[in-house]
Structures are given as C-alpha cells and as structure tokens.
Design a protein around this ligand. Structure first.
Ligand SMILES: [Fe+2]
Length: 268
C-alpha cells in the first residue's frame, strides 16, 4: 500500500492568480502528472486541506476537473480556506464520506494500516478546531482498533512549531483533548498535517507529527516573524507513505517538478 499525500493546493479560478502571482491550478496539474508517472504508482492520494482558496462551489468544480486525470482515487480533507457547505454540495456522492455527516471525517481501512481523516475547519477563522462531536468520533475510531498501524490526517498542526506568524493559527480549540486521545493510542504511527506550507517534523504525543510542503506556494521561512507573512516558490513536494517491515510507517518526499537524472554511479 503506497499512500501519496499533497496539501494546500488552494485552487482558484483561471485568471485569478493567488496574490497576483500563483497559478494554483497549474501547480495541481503538475502534481497530478508527477503522481501518475510514479512507479510503483501510489494506491491513493490524500489531500490534507485548503483544497480551494475561497471555499466557492466554482473552485470545487475546477478542483474535480483538475483531479479527473489522476490515475488513483483521491481522498479530500478540509482546511481553513475551504467551505464545508460548498464542499458538501459539490461532492454529494463521495464513496468514502457520508454527506449527511456534520463534519468531513472518515476512516480508510487499508488492510495493513488505516487512515483517520479529521475536519479541523473552524469556519471563518484561520486557526483550527476540533469540537466535542469531532473528538468523540476520533475517540470511538481509535477505540475500535488498538493494534492496526494508524495515520491521523488533518489540516492544522496541533502544536506550535516555532513559526511566529503561523503558530497562532494552529489547532486551538480541542488541541489538549486531541493530544490526550493520541497519547492513549500507541498504534498511531503518524499525524499528518498541512497548513504551514513548509515541511516540519515534530515529536508529538508519543508519535510523529509530519507537516508537509504545499502543493503550490510555500511560506517564506522567517521563524521569528520579523517580516510580514510572505510566500516563496520553493519546490512543491509529494509525500509517499508506506509500511516497511522492521520499521513501520515510512515517508518519502518527492519533488514535483522535473530534475536531471537518474544517472548510474558506475558503468554509465
Ligand atoms: Fe494553506
């Protein structure tokens, strides 16, 4: 089982570049092409939120159109730029999520591992929240299976990571209870997040929190926050998560855009 992950594609309509510069659908097209070309091909793609930039139905329609060439199923999570109602109306018949549910949360049972996808959207705020309903769902899902290696995927990181201008926008409401639940589930191999538009790794609640680079723009690295929040075109990436005997869940990072090579070390 090879699980691909991208995050924060921030789809906007053509001609409406993000901050006047970022062609977000173009970035997603390149990620889809790279995913389709990977060998072995991933079994599925998980997108950890900020699917679109303005939470509008037309943006979700464009997201669906740009994901259509993907040669593997995709599984969507919500971020702070998403709109839950527009998402619900745009994707009424997703096979993996019941649109009658109040939040976009679901479990993927994948045999050797499972993925629990959380909805941390706190509509109207850049920070995230997990209310009682969402936390109770997580608690029940974790209690169902205390042995299968489990990945918890969400948009907002649950702890500060030393980025002064982004840390206030982490998971706020429900963060303490979330940590307790993860601490009580030693089979959680990884917590996956996005939102920061930077790759960050943190020990968290007895497991590993892994925050991914964005699928389009990245946030300029300015840990003390001395400058206004700004973006850069550092290379976007895909992560590949797989179970490896003797190790557990292993994650490989792959740059999206073309690069030179490979060349053999010998005999080339
Ligand atoms: Fe984002």
């Amino acid at each position: 089982m090879l699980i691909a992950q991208i995050t924060d594609p921030h789809i906007r309509l053509p001609g409406d570049r993000l901050a006047g510069r970022i062609d977000t659908p173009g970035f997603l097209d390149r990620a889809v092409a790279r995913l389709n070309a990977l060998r072995p091909r991933p079994d599925l793609l998980l997108i950890t939120g900020d699917l679109v930039d303005g939470g509008a139905p037309a943006e979700y329609a464009l997201l669906a159109e740009r994901l259509a060439p993907l040669a593997m199923p995709s599984f969507l999570a919500l971020g702070n730029h998403d709109g839950r109602e527009a998402f619900r109306q745009s994707f009424p018949d997703l096979g993996y999520w019941d649109a009658g549910q109040p939040f976009v949360q679901y479990a993927l049972e994948l045999g050797e591992c499972r993925v629990l996808v959380l909805d941390t959207l706190d509509q109207g705020k850049p920070s995230g929240a997990l209310c009682r309903v969402r936390l109770d769902w997580l608690s029940a899902e974790l209690a169902k299976d205390r042995s299968t290696p489990t990945v918890v995927a969400m948009h907002h990181p649950p702890v500060p990571v030393g980025l002064a201008r982004m840390d206030p926008f982490r998971l706020i409401d429900g963060a303490e209870r979330f940590k307790e639940l993860i601490l009580g589930a030693p089979n959680v191999e990884r917590v996956l997040a996005g939102h920061l538009h930077r790759p960050v790794t943190v020990r968290f609640a007895g497991t590993v929190l892994d925050v991914m680079s964005g699928a389009a723009h990245q946030i300029h690295l300015d840990m003390p926050g001395e400058q206004p929040l700004s973006f850069v075109f550092e290379p976007p990436a895909i992560q590949l998560h797989t179970m490896v005997a003797g190790a557990g869940l292993v994650s490989h990072r792959v740059v999206v855009d073309p690069f030179d090579g490979p060349y053999p070390f010998r005999g080339g």
